[in-house]
Design a protein around this ligand. Structure first.
Ligand SMILES: Nc1ncnc2c1ncn2[C@@H]1O[C@H](COP(=O)(O)OP(=O)(O)OP(=O)(O)O)[C@@H](O)[C@H]1O
Ligand SMILES: [Mg+2]
Length: 148
């Protein structure tokens, strides 16, 4: 029989309203299942940024993104704490791909479920499913839930 036990839930956060909804879903599901939530936010370092400004400018820009991501994760932590849900979080900086980092993190956490939003911060409204969500659904090693 298929094992439907959910112990480790990873939720992917980009600060958008859909990802906030994904976090709410992840926390309430974790409460129901007595699971742990690991929230991850990936800060993409665009190679081209390095050419536009000095290395120091890039460094500052990336650090600013990281501290903004920390705030998003901090607010989800508060909700998890209120619900007595075990919680951890990580901000990952990468020059590689965002979905790859989310999937790698989920593997590290032995996650049995990844929760994402349908859309994020960067997409066009007319797109039904963002490229990060789509790549995670396609390539993840575990079940993926796309929250609407
Ligand atoms: N940098 C990120 N770090 C963590 N999770 C992310 C990141 N970007 C997107 N996600 C996750 O993927 C979901 C869908 O966002 P996605 O980026 O795929 O759509 P979009 O921004 O609307 O379009 P696109 O990025 O393809 O232009 C988000 O709700 C969030 O759960
Ligand atoms: Mg996006």
């Amino acid at each position: 029989m298929t094992n439907t036990k959910i112990s480790n839930i990873v939720v992917a956060i980009d600060g958008s309203d859909p990802s906030r909804k994904a976090a709410d879903y992840a926390v309430s599901l974790a409460k129901e299942k007595d699971a742990k939530v690991s929230a991850v936010s990936v800060v993409k370092i665009h190679q081209s940024d390095a050419f536009r400004g000095s290395a120091q400018t890039l460094h500052k820009f990336v650090n600013k993104q990281v501290s903004i991501a920390d705030e998003w994760l901090g607010s989800i932590r508060k909700d998890a704490d209120k619900s007595n849900v075990k919680f951890e979080s990580r901000v990952i900086k990468t020059t590689a791909s965002i979905p790859e980092e989310i999937i790698k993190y989920a593997k590290d956490k032995k996650s049995d479920l990844i929760v994402v939003g349908t859309r994020g911060r960067t997409g066009f409204k007319k797109m039904l499913l963002g490229s990060v969500a789509s790549a995670v659904v396609t390539h993840a090693g575990c079940t993926v839930m796309v929250v609407r």
